[in-house]
Design a protein around this ligand. Structure first.
Ligand code: SF4
Length: 227
């Protein structure tokens, strides 16, 4: 698998925030979010090809029982099926972080889906070269339904403006998602920006009765890799 990085940290987002976890970050993505916080897995994908046995060795070395398979978009690599099967055989708790545009019959305990809203489309970036493909690909309600049926799930949305709420309500209506599993997160890659937008978003969560999620790793360590 093409792997960008493997590191041991704490989960910074969603219902498992604070849980020590080893992160396997695959490289490569079928989307190009304008605000992508891991451009080294999407806009300019980098990494090394690792055997699954090597990945499992590094997971074991971390000593934790929680594994997060993230990206990039980990579901575009066919090998994720075997990887998650092996992780399950070793008794790991598996979270998959995905944008929810591709289905694979993976082993998983928490499907952590972050559907991308219109605020992600890169109209202004790279002369809009990726905007058309991104726009066609970013929302796949049937795939979302399949992923949500596979195991426990959460839907995490990056919110940039108030208008995003209407789009989130549509995703919930289209997919039949349980509102209690929906979390809203502020956009931002520095603690200062995140703090400012968190205060704004917390009020929006109160108004629309949604659960708020911080991005704890950004608050603690800022815009850094491997945390
Ligand atoms: S789906 Fe994730 S990795 Fe891919 S471009 Fe968007 S934010 Fe980046």
């Amino acid at each position: 698998m093409k792997i960008s990085e493997i590191f041991y940290s704490i989960q910074g987002e969603g219902v498992l925030t604070g849980v020590p976890s080893v992160f396997i970050r695959t490289s490569g993505c079928n989307l190009r979010c304008t605000w992508c916080d891991t451009p080294y897995t999407s806009w300019t994908p980098e990494g090394e090809a690792l055997e699954i046995a090597t990945i499992l060795d590094r997971v074991r070395a971390s000593g934790t029982s929680h594994v997060v398979v993230t990206g990039g978009e980990p579901m575009i690599d066919p090998a994720i099926v075997e990887l998650t099967r092996e992780l399950r055989a070793k008794g790991q708790h598996i979270t998959i972080e995905t944008a929810g545009t591709v289905f694979k019959p993976v082993e998983c305990d928490l499907m952590s889906i972050s559907p991308k809203l219109a605020n992600s489309t890169p109209w202004q970036r790279d002369e809009g070269r990726w905007a058309g493909q991104h726009e066609r690909t970013r929302y796949q309600p049937e795939v979302l339904r399949q992923l949500m049926a596979l195991c426990d799930y959460q839907l995490k949305f990056v919110v940039a403006e108030r208008d995003d709420l209407a789009e989130i309500q549509k995703v919930i209506a289209d997919t039949g998602a349980d509102r209690r599993r929906v979390l809203l997160m502020p956009e931002g890659v520095t603690p200062e920006i995140l703090n400012q937008r968190s205060i704004w978003l917390a009020e929006l969560c109160k108004e629309f009765d949604f659960r708020f999620s911080t991005r704890l790793h950004v608050m603690l360590w800022g815009d850094r890799r491997g945390v």
